[in-house]
Design a binder for this molecule. Structure first.
Ligand code: FPP
Length: 225
């Protein structure tokens, strides 16, 4: 495997996981947050993995019931506050992507605080996609560069995106086979892995298996052998 592997994950299935156990959907998000921690720690100890980008809250997730959205916001803030020492201990740099201006001032402050305090870390980069949608990201990028005199190039657009790094492995848990507006530009040549496991049940063993399968793939990026 090259040393710059970027893994992106659509963490789906929290609600179903909870409902299957007769619990409220938010209990699934709580369990899902624990898995975020486990997978991040695993990736921070794996020298082959440079980046881990996780879809934590999409631009479409505002359509959920108000109480669920509020719960997710609180969970996120609590998670970031609790995890700061862990990020530092594991040398993980936290880089949010998405338009966080829609969040409360307090949550925005926590996000920026963790970003600033981990800016010196040079191990794994963990990105949480927060109020993120790929179409919105591309639109914001185009608006940033549209006044340049030259024609827009791929490199210019890529550089104006929140996430400037191509995805190598894109995983979606929870059984559906969709990209749900996640890293569409960056996943142009990603290897896609869809698994039925609901996110709260996703384990480091399953991730290891995906990494093994990924290693066997001969990637040609549209070229020939
Ligand atoms: C999809 O499950 C998951 C989300 C919309 C949010 C992801 C959030 C977490 C993993 C927990 C919080 C994250 C952090 C970083 C603290 P779903 O609710 O759509 O599940 P369903 O398809 O079964 O309904």
């Amino acid at each position: 495997m090259n040393t710059e592997t970027h893994i992106a994950i659509i963490m789906d299935g929290n609600g179903r996981w909870a409902e299957l156990q007769g619990k409220k959907r938010v209990k699934g998000h709580e369990a899902g947050a624990k898995v975020v921690k486990e997978i991040t720690t695993y990736c921070s100890n794996n020298k082959d993995i440079e980046r881990l980008t996780l879809y934590a809250f999409s631009t479409e997730n505002w359509k959920r019931p108000r109480l669920e959205v509020e719960f997710l916001m609180k969970l996120l803030e609590q998670y970031l506050k609790n995890e700061l020492p862990v990020y530092l201990q594991n040398n993980v740099r936290f880089e949010p992507i998405g338009d966080i201006r829609a969040f409360s001032k307090s949550l925005q402050k926590t996000i920026k605080d963790v970003q600033e305090k981990t800016a010196h870390c040079d191990g794994l980069v963990q990105s949480l996609a927060l109020n993120y949608g790929s179409q919105n990201e591309i639109l914001r990028a185009v608006n940033k560069i549209k006044n340049d005199e030259d024609d827009i190039t791929e490199a210019m657009l890529s550089n104006a995106l929140d996430c400037k790094h191509d995805v190598d492995i894109l995983i979606r848990t929870g059984g559906d086979h969709r990209l749900s507006n996640f890293l569409l530009w960056q996943s142009a040549y990603a290897e896609l892995f869809f698994c039925d496991t609901l996110w709260p049940d996703f384990t480091t063993n399953e991730l290891e298996k995906i990494l093994k399968d990924f290693k066997k793939i001969e990637r040609r990026f549209g070229g020939l052998k």
